[in-house]
Unconditional design. Structure first.
Length: 368
């Protein structure tokens, strides 16, 4: 199945302001590295369209849409608007162009769904704003683009769509959007007791599967959970299309989680979904270590588009990674391979008894 990359130059504009975990140039750097490596051309790259007001209103509240657009234009947020819609805050700052940026992210996920239905694996790393709520911003997310990818697949005739979230944070916004929709399965594997503190082990249902994992989860433990629980549930659900949010904050050395996966664990999970030979939309998500995030998404695109990953990056690619700095990661904790390679060393390890118990608990619930 051929692959297509959906991106936009809009992400080159500064965003989120200073001192925000997403203020670094991640989307443009992923795009630039893929081009440096020769993995993008006119045949496999599509400019992301921008969703218009009517499209956004297919899910989001019109008053919220109007408030975000008006505040962006004015460059300020009235106190009552900020309190009601939760933007213009430290978490969800108001910055110039936020409305167009968020609308383009939605448009890209809609286009990704259309491309997936045409027989192409669709990679949209700018997507994955899985916390966005119907009537307010939430968790660095202004609109919820995975919701629109799923809605597009349903509207185009898919009877069942599976949403798989391997970001370190629970995919609460997507789960909430389809909580009562039997046509959608939402499955999220995320760190337990981590913001937004939803998706607990007790939070299960016919259309949702939540897998909260303990700190320090390694590749072996993650692979067991993914194969024995998520893939088993997908087999029972029999989806006709899949949307996956592949946030990189589950990686070891990400400053906003305590999971300890390698990029290879995330890659293998996505490739296992691709192997089902169904329409597949692959989105980005969280990721707050510039080096591990960019390397992982570049490598993921390489694998999806059947490239050979280089053992050592060419100088031009290394230069892109070398220009980054991060107040969230101390210099002594930065590894030299973060600027020279794409592939992490696998972080295999023992499977703890609590992970084995979690697998058995969830497998029993699946078969009940």
């Amino acid at each position: 199945m051929p692959a297509v990359y959906i991106g936009s130059e809009i992400y080159r504009k500064s965003a989120f302001g200073a001192n925000h975990p997403l203020s670094y140039a991640r989307q443009e750097s992923v795009l630039d590295m893929c081009r440096v490596l020769g993995w993008l051309d006119g045949a496999n790259f599509i400019q992301s369209p921008k969703a218009d007001i009517e499209t956004l209103a297919r899910y989001h509240d019109r008053a919220y849409i109007a408030a975000l657009k008006a505040s962006d234009r004015a460059g300020s947020v009235a106190r009552d608007i900020r309190e009601r819609y939760q933007f213009g805050t430290m978490e969800n700052p108001l910055f110039r162009g936020v409305f167009d940026r968020a609308s383009t992210t939605v448009g890209g996920s809609i286009e990704a769904a259309r491309q997936a239905l045409s027989g192409r694996t669709a990679f949209h790393p700018s997507g994955g704003t899985h916390h966005g709520l119907k009537d307010r911003a939430h968790g660095f997310c202004y609109f919820n683009d995975p919701v629109f990818a799923i809605l597009t697949l349903l509207e185009q005739g898919c009877a069942r769509v599976a949403y798989v979230d391997i970001d370190a944070h629970h995919g609460d916004g997507v789960e909430l959007a389809f909580l009562d929709d039997a046509c959608v399965l939402t499955a999220s594997i995320h760190e337990e007791n981590r913001w937004p503190y939803t998706g607990t082990l007790q939070d299960q249902g016919p259309g949702r599967l939540n897998i909260p994992v303990p700190r320090g989860i390694n590749d072996s433990e993650f692979n067991l959970l993914f194969s024995q629980v998520i893939l088993t549930r997908l087999t029972d659900f029999v989806p006709e299309a899949i949307v996956v949010t592949c946030g990189t904050d589950a990686l070891k050395h990400d400053p906003l989680s305590k999971m300890e996966l390698s990029s290879q664990a995330l890659w293998q999970a996505v490739l296992a979904l691709k192997a089902k030979d169904l329409p597949l939309v692959v989105l980005g998500g969280g990721g707050y270590n510039p080096w591990t995030t960019i390397r992982t998404w570049v490598g993921l695109w390489g694998l999806l588009s059947c490239q050979t990953l280089p053992e050592t990056l060419p100088e031009a690619a290394q230069n892109i990674l070398s220009r980054f700095d991060s107040d969230l990661i101390d210099e002594e904790d930065r590894l030299p391979e973060w600027t020279t390679t794409l592939t992490d060393t696998p972080n295999h390890g023992p499977i703890r008894s609590e992970i084995e118990a979690l697998v058995e608990t969830l497998k029993n619930r699946i078969t009940d």
